[in-house]
Design a protein around this ligand. Structure first.
Ligand SMILES: NC(=O)C1=CN([C@@H]2O[C@H](COP(=O)(O)OP(=O)(O)OC[C@H]3O[C@@H](n4cnc5c(N)ncnc54)[C@H](O)[C@@H]3O)[C@@H](O)[C@H]2O)[C@@H](O)CC1
Ligand SMILES: Nc1ncnc2c1ncn2[C@@H]1O[C@H](COP(=O)(O)OP(=O)(O)O)[C@@H](O)[C@H]1O
Ligand SMILES: [K+]
Length: 506
């Protein structure tokens, strides 16, 4: 299982590692530099044995720069022609100063301004300016330098490796602070940082390699866990009623598509039975389009209350996709929440909720809210505003903390969508379901994809899963289904990929 460690925790782990005898005298930094270079040569084998090749190594004044001096020395020893440029000022920490002194026995240290001129002849750029020590926005001459280098990189004539994190990227939020150096490959140490996965992190990091250099992160507080292939999703015998009965509440005639998408997804992911409940005027439309999903009309909230009171086997509800925001929908929302059963609230249900005077008083812990950014902003305007801000000094307000705060305030589970979907429980437990790097699926951002996700979560709730793992595993399955289909995907295709994804889990 992969974990994400924030900058502050990582600095503490590094400090503890440095105090160990085997890591002293620059040994840890030496391993960091060697690991970064090893990853470069593994990813770009054509660069191995670089006799006669040129590299530009840009080093900051801190320990990230120290890693750069180590890399520069090894490159020079392997026959590379290295232009080393020092960016930034200030007193270097002891290991970085030692690494610089060792480099100076191989070659000169140039001013940073020399780097753009040297790039046209280079095969490799090493970005070792800032790592997790970025403490304010990049500005002034440094920002101009970053812009010139980023511009040169667009010509795609040299490879760009970032040491630990692309310089200027905030390790906690994944936001660019002032200016950034985009990379094709990022080699980080011990564990990925939230910023590698959130917001602009994946785009700026290129590919991501996590290298073990002997820093013990066993005791570090985890910022979030990364969702991976679910265990235990395959059915093992039993009757259909043992896999639960999901109920999707749908809207009126002509707007039933979203509810049907959710209902079919709930069935595909393994709910034993799924019922769709539109108002009477939508019966004919839905009857013409549904087979395995059961259909029962529901005129009003009283009918829902009566149905739920008489059928304990309905153990998961989904409200939102195509539900509408009229009086019937509002009353259904209240009646459904009163029933206290595991409930997914998406789309229109979130809009209705945000119109309530005291929305969070209506919710209970077995609710899962699945907003996109706009819906999140309506429900949690103050938290959402901080998400958009680039604070003067990192750490800014990152998506992990924002969703955690929202879940605590709502007293239920919150899943905030995106390529960096974050899921948090009211307890504070937080997961990140990523559609980046090897799992990038930008074609998933298509109309109706969210309805399918709501259905997948509802199906897993019906199967008896707790809300947090249900939301996490559904999210992973959702991205996997999109990857299985590939570009050109429309929402209808997603549910049909679920069997192939389930088979691959065997
Ligand atoms: N501590 C250690 O022993 C190890 C550290 N390692 C590396 O060290 C990095 C962390 O090192 P540091 O904590 O020294 O931090 P950094 O090297 O990331 O950055 C700190 C330096 O940047 C300056 N700075 C920060 N923001 C700036 C801005 N916006 N504009 C101009 N200057 C700015 C600071 O004044 C300081 O000089 C890690 O990312 C990793 O690459 C690795 O070598 C592993 C071992
Ligand atoms: N860049 C992206 N890469 C992968 N998935 C994405 C990306 N952007 C959005 N998504 C996903 O697409 C889905 C869109 O859902 P939503 O915004 O609710 O749309 P709709 O209401 O049309 O169904 C969500 O699951 C979201 O996580
Ligand atoms: K860097």
């Amino acid at each position: 299982m992969s974990i994400l460690i924030g900058a502050r925790e990582m600095r503490a782990a590094e400090a503890a590692a440095l105090a160990m005898p085997q890591n002293g005298q620059g040994a840890l930094m030496e391993r960091a530099g060697e690991a970064a270079l090893g990853a470069v040569m593994t990813n770009w084998p054509e660069l191995a044995g670089g006799q006669g090749r040129a590299a530009v190594v840009l080093c900051g004044a801190g320990n990230n720069g120290g890693d750069g001096y180590v890399i520069a020395r090894h490159l020079a020893q392997a026959g590379w022609s290295v232009t080393l440029c020092a960016a930034g000022s200030g007193r270097s920490p002891p290991d970085a100063a030692r690494a610089r002194a060792a480099w100076e026995r191989h070659g000169p240290v140039h001013p940073a301004s020399k780097a753009p001129d040297a790039l046209p002849d280079a095969a490799l750029l090493v970005d070792a300016v800032f790592g997790i020590g970025l403490s304010r926005p990049v500005s002034g001459e440094m920002a101009q330098l970053f812009e010139r280098i980023a511009e040169a990189g667009r010509a795609d004539t040299f490879r760009r490796v970032a040491v630990d994190i692309p310089s200027g990227l905030d390790a906690d939020s994944g936001r660019c602070h002032g200016a950034c150096l985009p990379a094709d490959l990022t080699v980080t140490f011990a564990a990925a940082k939230p910023g590698h996965y959130l917001a602009s992190g994946p785009e700026l990091s290129g590919r991501l390699v996590v290298a073990d250099i002997g820093i013990d992160i066993g005791g570090a507080a985890v910022a979030a866990r990364l969702a991976g292939p679910p265990a235990g999703l395959l059915k093992r015998g039993a009757h259909k009623f043992d896999h639960g009965h999901a109920l999707v509440l749908a809207g009126g005639s002509g707007r039933g598509g979203a509810g049907r998408l959710a209902a079919r997804a709930a069935l595909r992911i393994g709910a034993g039975l799924v019922s769709l409940a539109p108002p009477p005027d939508a019966l004919a439309e839905n009857a013409a389009q549904l087979e395995a999903v059961m259909l029962r009309t529901l005129p009003d909230a009283a009918a829902l209350t009566e149905w739920l009171a008489g059928d304990e086997r309905i153990n998961a509800l989904c409200l939102g996709p195509g539900l509408g925001t009229d009086a019937r929908a509002g009353a259904l929302l209240r009646a459904a929440l009163d029933a206290g059963r595991p409930t997914v609230l998406d789309a229109d249900a979130l809009t209705l909720l945000s119109r309530e005077d005291a929305p969070f008083a209506l919710l209970h812990e077995a609710c899962v809210l699945t907003p996109h950014g706009g819906e999140f902003a309506r429900l949690f305007p103050d938290i959402s505003r901080t998400l958009g801000e680039v604070s003067a000094a990192p750490p800014g307000h990152d998506k992990l903390s924002a969703v955690r705060e929202a879940a605590a305030r709502a007293g239920c589970h919150v899943l905030l969508k995106g390529h960096d979907t974050v899921i948090a429980a009211p307890s504070g437990e937080t997961w990140l379901s990523s559609a980046a790097y090897g799992r990038a699926a930008p074609w998933l951002a298509t109309a109706g994809a969210g309805d399918v996700l709501a259905g997948l979560i509802t199906g897993l709730l019906a199967r008896g899963m707790q809300p947090l793992p249900a939301a996490r595993d559904a999210s992973w399955m959702h991205v996997s289904a999109a990857l299985e289909f590939g570009p050109g995907l429309i929402a209808e295709d997603l549910e049909r990929q679920v069997p192939a994804v389930l088979r691959a889990l065997c």
